[in-house]
Design a protein. Structure first.
Length: 580
């Protein structure tokens, strides 16, 4: 009976990457902000530590004090549970916003904050923080850009070179300079202590929403939205010191729009690169929302480049609901993990005939973005744009709020923002906030996020199930159940299912204590076909999905294969039959 339960659980696990029905209840949804207020939390990013995939860090825009700040959280168990210590401590400016997040190949996290006075007509800056504790604590590293007169720096994102290039460890920051509306870039090779001078990326103005990524050999890419209704990209091969000519990725229906319910949405690019040694090495991916000429709703599309962003593929539609069904998909994000697997997430209204409530959805590709897995609903409760701040706003004492941040103490104050996303200080002084104010309910932030390791995704999104905006993430509960069942077996530390298999093979294994773990696949001749795991891992229950490829990413032939598992004090083996 126990063996049957194990196989059933692992079949659910395999569905994570294989086509088929995936149940929303297989995902454990967790609220990351634990401040206890009913205030706005949105614009999330999440990143996994490549040296320890159990460690994840997250950041988001946080109004718990009644005005813009940035909150952070961390997980030490692969995203199953989260801790929210509080807010970043910024002693320079009154407000923080637009958080961005990246990580080095050695597991150092960096967070960038837009920090400003609260008045967009005054100079602002981008302040970098560093964490060497898996996102549990952060230290200030200084400004990437600050106090440039007569401009407002906006919409910054960051990326780090995790390749073996001469720029390994280099941190890049890109942004839009208002009112000039050109894209700029700075870079740091010493963890943010010093930065290059600002380099203009875009050849023409009227731009917004830049997104950076680093490809093989340290080639740096930046894509953005041009308000002439294009997505464009440029690159630097010398560490962000010089850029070439802008390239059109695609034309778009509209760079900005207001969706049903008053939600501001943008056809902005989400960019990432394959830096693995797999078959799609060097491919550059761009995911975005768009409306096709013969459609009345917005969908999520991908285009990819195999020649360093010089040319781009035809669009590939990722969401698999019926085309032109009047249901919008928006706020997409994409990541490429350590195995070259793509994961895309977005907010999706396919379940609501009124095209109003949304769920968070996810899909993956293991073949370079050409085809995608069956879309998975990963939020267990729908979100309603009408569920926003309710009640009356108390008077905001900005000085007291700042003191609370410095003391890291929670202050349950209300706050709001205008429809363009800029703070309105006069609205933060005793004015009542209308119950479910529809003029503001659509402002749920402008992006969400996702990270992945070994094909296991950790998404993060804005959720209103509690009647206001909160930050939620999801954990693959089906795989977790498999691990728990496997751990109950006193005489077995390795479970393989399904067996035989016509698709991916799920592996659940128990690590008795911290240490080096090896998980390998051999053929009948004793040849090492694939090393699935070979690194130090924390003790506990783990899982892996073998996609039936060898070390070079090529599909293996059908036949019998041997799985060998080694951990501190444990050595196990099992056979699996791979069917055509």
């Amino acid at each position: 009976m126990l063996r049957s339960l194990l196989c059933t659980g692992l079949l659910l696990l395999v569905c994570f990457l294989a086509p088929g029905n995936v149940l929303a209840q297989d995902w454990l949804n967790s609220q990351l902000n634990t401040d206890g207020t009913s205030q706005v939390h949105n614009e999330e990013q999440i990143v996994v530590d490549p040296t320890n995939p159990l460690h994840l860090a997250s950041v988001w825009r946080d109004f718990r004090l009644g005005y813009r700040q940035v909150g952070y959280g961390y997980s030490t168990d692969g995203g199953r549970t989260w801790t929210n210590p509080g807010l970043f401590v910024d002693p320079h400016y009154a407000m923080d916003s637009d958080p961005a997040l990246t990580v080095t190949a050695t597991g150092i996290f960096y967070a960038m904050l837009l920090t400003f006075t609260g008045n967009t007509s005054q100079p602002d800056g981008f302040l970098l923080y560093r964490s060497t504790t898996g996102g549990a604590s952060w230290d200030e590293r200084g400004f990437a850009i600050n106090g440039v007169p007569n401009v407002f720096e906006d919409k910054e994102f960051i990326a780090c070179d995790r390749t073996t290039s001469i720029f390994r460890g280099r941190v890049y920051c890109v942004w839009d300079r208002f009112n000039e509306t050109n894209i700029y870039c700075v870079a740091s090779s010493d963890g943010g202590l010093t930065w290059t001078s600002a380099k203009r990326v875009s050849n023409q103005s009227s731009n917004q929403f830049p997104c950076p990524a680093v490809g093989p050999n340290g080639v740096f890419y930046c894509a953005w939205t041009n308000y002439g209704s294009y997505l464009r990209v440029d690159k630097s091969t010398d560490g962000g010191l010089n850029f070439g000519n802008d390239v059109n990725i695609t034309s778009i229906y509209s760079p900005a729009m207001t969706l049903n319910g008053g939600i501001d949405a943008y056809s902005s690019p989400a960019l990432d690169c394959d830096i693995t040694a797999g078959p799609f090495h060097g491919r550059v991916y761009c995911v975005y929302m768009d409306k096709a000429n013969n459609s009345n709703d917005f969908d999520v599309y991908l285009r990819y480049s195999t020649d360093q962003a010089a040319t781009w593929s035809a669009p590939i539609r990722i969401n698999d609901d019926p085309f032109n069904n009047g249901r919008d998909q928006f706020h997409p994000w994409v990541t490429v993990d350590n195995r070259g697997f793509l994961t895309a997430v977005w907010l999706d209204r396919r379940q609501d005939p009124q095209n109003l409530k949304w769920h968070c959805y996810l899909s993956q590709s293991t073949n370079g973005g050409v085809t995608w897995s069956a879309n998975q609903q990963i939020s267990t409760v729908p979100s309603d744009p009408g569920h926003m701040l309710t009640g009356e706003m108390p008077r905001i004492d900005l000085a007291a709020g700042r003191a609370a941040i410095m003391a890291r103490g929670p202050v349950p104050l209300a706050g709001e923002e205008d429809e363009e996303g800029a703070p309105r200080m006069d609205d933060l002084k005793g004015h009542p906030h209308p119950d479910q104010d529809q003029t503001r309910s659509g402002v749920i932030g402008e992006y969400i996020g996702v990270t992945s390791y070994d094909g296991y995704a950790s998404p993060i999104w804005t959720d209103t199930r509690n009647g206001h905006q909160d930050v939620y993430s999801a954990f693959d509960q089906a795989a977790s159940a498999v691990d728990a069942q496997a751990a109950q077996q006193a005489d077995r530390s390795l479970v393989v299912a399904p067996n035989p298999s016509r698709g991916p093979v799920g592996l659940a294994y128990r690590v008795p204590s911290d240490g080096w773990v090896g998980l390998q696949v051999f053929d009948v001749n004793g040849r090492n076909v694939r090393t699935l795991v070979g690194r130090n891992i924390r003790g506990g229950d783990h899982h892996f999905i073998w996609d039936r490829t060898d070390q070079e990413g090529r599909p293996v032939a059908s036949g019998t294969y041997y799985i060998r598992y080694r951990a501190p004090g444990v050595e196990r083996s099992a056979t699996v039959q791979v069917l055509p």
